[in-house]
Design a protein around this ligand. Structure first.
Ligand code: PBG
Length: 331
């Protein structure tokens, strides 16, 4: 063996746990997590969701309990999604404007339970409220109308703001809606209300279990490809992000998560703004299926994926594994 072989050994710093800890470039903590929760009607109700094993819809009281749990775990933010009763869905999604809809009641219950100790993110889009399962209003041909939808989304946002939401998160992908929502919020005096736009949201095959959870999967005909992005496009994602930021978004989201990490990296590097990733329902279901098949260690896989998002530059991650991850991180 020559004296010079090998002078540089990258394994040196990996040889001991203390050294690996010392050289670790990023860390994940519960503060990186946003916990998505599904709200349903009723009292004392917990409805397990078949396609999302381990995830349930909770009644408003149950949501308040989850908020206490999140505060105890150090999770800083919840994201709410309603499973609207079928009788309250119509072609125009009018229930989205009802000040006493499930979402607004859940926001108020969280406030009553934990005050301002947690942030509440409310999703803006009409799919949990429409009888056709699309995110907006449709014409006779089923095409989702942009400007007419955006008008309703403004009303929905103001409704959520009045209920006490902290972050308005438009997930509908209509053009121009962030600007309209921002102007309306300013005019209504909600100067500190954040907008986290689902800026780069793809027409993905990974949303299936979510649509079960909010009860829109049986209603939806066709797909969402005329408004959500083509998975083949990356430059277009940068244009979407640029527009939403110019229109007044405080932070942007990339969705789905792991299959689109390249997008998260490019958005972060280009714009240097807070970027969040949504590890969506299909990604959760994939991990759970692998675990159920004996093919994976859930805890390790969950922590590794969350580490990957942070390494990519994300400020945080929306994940259904949030309570488990927080428990693991808290040791
Ligand atoms: C509603 C919305 C969807 C998701 C978040 N907000 C579904 C969709 O666009 O069809 C998906 C989240 C998930 O799959 O976990 N517009």
């Amino acid at each position: 063996m020559t004296a010079s072989y090998p002078a540089l050994r990258l394994r040196r710093t990996r040889a001991h746990a203390w050294s690996r800890a010392l050289h670790r470039e990023i860390a994940v903590s519960p503060a990186d997590l946003i916990w998505p929760l599904f709200v349903t009607d009723g009292d004392g109700v917990e409805e397990p969701i078949g396609s999302l094993p381990g995830v349930s819809r909770w009644c408003v009281k149950g949501i308040a309990e989850r908020a206490k749990e999140a505060v105890a775990l150090g999770i800083p933010c919840l994201a709410l999604f309603p499973n609207t009763q079928p009788g309250r869905r119509d072609p125009l999604g009018k229930e989205a404007l009802n000040p006493d809809n499930l979402m607004c009641r859940a926001v108020r219950a969280i406030r009553d339970a934990v005050g301002g100790d947690i942030g509440v993110l409310t999703d803006v889009a009409l799919d949990p409220y429409t009888s056709h399962g699309q995110d907006g209003l449709i014409d006779e041909a089923g095409y989702v109308l942009n400007d007419a939808t955006a008008e309703v989304l403004v009303g929905q946002s103001l409704n959520q703001a009045a209920a006490g939401a902290d972050i308005i998160a438009p997930s509908d992908m209509m053009d121009g809606r962030v600007g309209l929502i921002r102007a309306a919020l300013e005019q209504a005096g909600h100067h500190n209300l954040q907008i986290m736009s689902y800026a780069a949201k793809y027409a993905s095959a990974f949303y299936g279990p979510f649509r079960d959870a909010v009860g829109s999967s049986g209603l939806l005909k066709g797909d969402k490809k005329t408004y959500q992005m083509d998975p083949a496009n990356a430059e277009e994602a940068l244009r979407e992000v640029a527009l939403d930021l110019a229109e007044g978004a405080d932070s942007v989201m990339v969705k789905p998560g792991l299959p689109y990490l390249d997008i998260a990296v490019r958005v972060k590097q280009r714009f240097e703004v807070p970027v969040f990733a949504y590890q969506v329902s299909g990604e959760y279901a994939m991990i759970e299926a692998a675990v159920a098949a004996g093919a994976a260690d859930r805890d390790a896989m969950v922590l590794e994926t969350l580490t990957a998002f942070k390494r990519a530059g994300c400020s945080g991650v929306l994940t259904y594994h949030a309570p488990l991850a927080a428990r693991l991180m808290n040791g």
